[in-house]
Design a protein around this ligand. Structure first.
Ligand SMILES: NC(=O)c1ccc[n+]([C@@H]2O[C@H](COP(=O)([O-])OP(=O)(O)OC[C@H]3O[C@@H](n4cnc5c(N)ncnc54)[C@H](O)[C@@H]3O)[C@@H](O)[C@H]2O)c1
Length: 190
């Protein structure tokens, strides 16, 4: 959408991927005074916390698209704010900090696409539901599974992707038997 995007990370491989994709990568502490809109999407806790919130520009907007409402330290904002305008706009709360700046929190730090918008488009959920349905069917098909969290088997991931491509009217190439053999061996080459 033409946004000037900064990525913050804790994982070196993900950070390198972001840098290679052309994004600026830096610690949250350095991004805090630069950003206008902050979106957490980590599944982690207190990714945006007191020192970051205090370093942000007046009028900065923060929201969360990760799992729970703890990615942004809202509890700190509630404690530290000298004034909270709970109806700054629909689904927007303005926290007035001691440094005179206002931080706008969308949807109380809950999943912003669900709290402030209309949730996931069907084009996304169809793949999630197809994966859940096929994985459930696989689990009760007689496979012996240890009691732990398992990855969805790759053949089911591929099946969902193939169904989705077909529904989108997109065709792709198939490996020839010669290519399959070549890719699964190491004898041929210079
Ligand atoms: N809002 C939605 O509709 C929606 C949809 C799908 C997933 N999710 C949620 O989004 C979250 C991310 O999902 P994902 O599949 O991208 O997970 P992921 O594990 O692939 O990505 C999360 C990234 O956050 C990074 N991270 C963790 N702690 C960090 C920190 N303190 N600072 C900076 N980066 C940090 C990790 O290194 C990782 O690269 C999950 O909590 C997931 O449940 C939300």
């Amino acid at each position: 959408m033409g946004a000037n995007l900064i990525v913050t990370e804790v994982n070196p491989v993900r950070a390198l991927e972001a840098a290679m994709d052309g994004f600026r990568v830096m610690p949250m502490e350095d991004a805090a005074p630069i950003g206008d809109i902050f979106i957490t999407a980590t599944g982690d806790k207190h990714v945006i916390r007191s020192n970051h919130l205090n370093a942000m520009k007046d009028g900065a907007i923060v929201c969360n698209s990760g799992h729970f409402d703890i990615e942004i330290d809202i509890a700190y904002l509630n404690d530290a704010a000298s004034k909270i305008d709970s109806e700054a706009a629909k689904n927007v709360e303005a926290y007035h900090l001691a440094n005179g700046r206002r931080i706008y929190v969308l949807g109380q730090g809950r999943l912003v696409n669900l709290a402030c918008a209309e949730g996931h488009p069907a084009q996304v959920m169809d793949m999630s539901f197809a994966t859940q349905a096929l994985a459930s069917s696989w689990v009760v098909s007689g496979v012996k599974l240890e009691v732990k969290v398992h990855d969805v088997p790759q053949h089911l991931v591929d099946e969902v992707a193939s169904l989705k491509l077909a529904a989108m009217g997109i065709k792709i190439d198939e490996l020839t038997p010669e290519q399959k053999h070549y890719l699964s061996s190491w004898e041929v080459g210079t």
